[in-house]
Design a protein around this ligand. Structure first.
Ligand code: NI
Length: 138
């Protein structure tokens, strides 16, 4: 029987605060480059994440991947780490990494990639707002 490759998506949402700045820049430099995102008292986003897993349909089960297992992985690697956190202060992943959408989407991809069988292709899309979103790998 012909093998069919199908993409399976899981969508999750989490809330987190962040501040964009470089420690080695002055306040004026940070404000000039990052604008309101450099606000020293942080600001929040309702992030949305689309996790895309692509693989062949298993002829025995009819699944590409068990979505319950995918949910468990996203709960553990994304929700438990980042939901209702201050990314700069609470999350070691961003202790020395500016928590831009670009960096967050790569960090999440790496966390998920370790947990998902290499036989699958993985792509992650992070929405910081409805209009601004980031995708990795590009
Ligand atoms: Ni922001």
């Amino acid at each position: 029987m012909k093998k069919h490759r199908v993409a399976v998506y899981r969508k999750i949402t989490f809330n987190a605060a962040h501040r964009l700045y470089r420690k080695d820049w002055t306040d004026a430099q940070n404000k000039a480059y990052f604008g309101l995102c450099a606000n020293e008292n942080y600001h929040g986003h309702n992030y949305r994440l689309d996790v895309k897993v692509t693989g062949e349909i298993d002829p025995e089960t009819g699944y590409v991947i068990d979505i319950a297992e995918l949910k468990k992985i996203t709960d553990e690697e994304v929700m438990e780490r980042f939901d209702h956190r201050n990314l700069n202060l609470d999350c070691p992943e961003f202790k020395n990494l500016n928590p831009t959408g670009e960096n967050i989407v790569v960090v999440i991809y790496e966390l998920l990639r370790r947990r998902i069988d290499p036989k699958y292709d993985l792509q992650v899309r992070l929405y910081e707002t409805e209009r601004n979103y980031f995708e990795y790998p590009a």
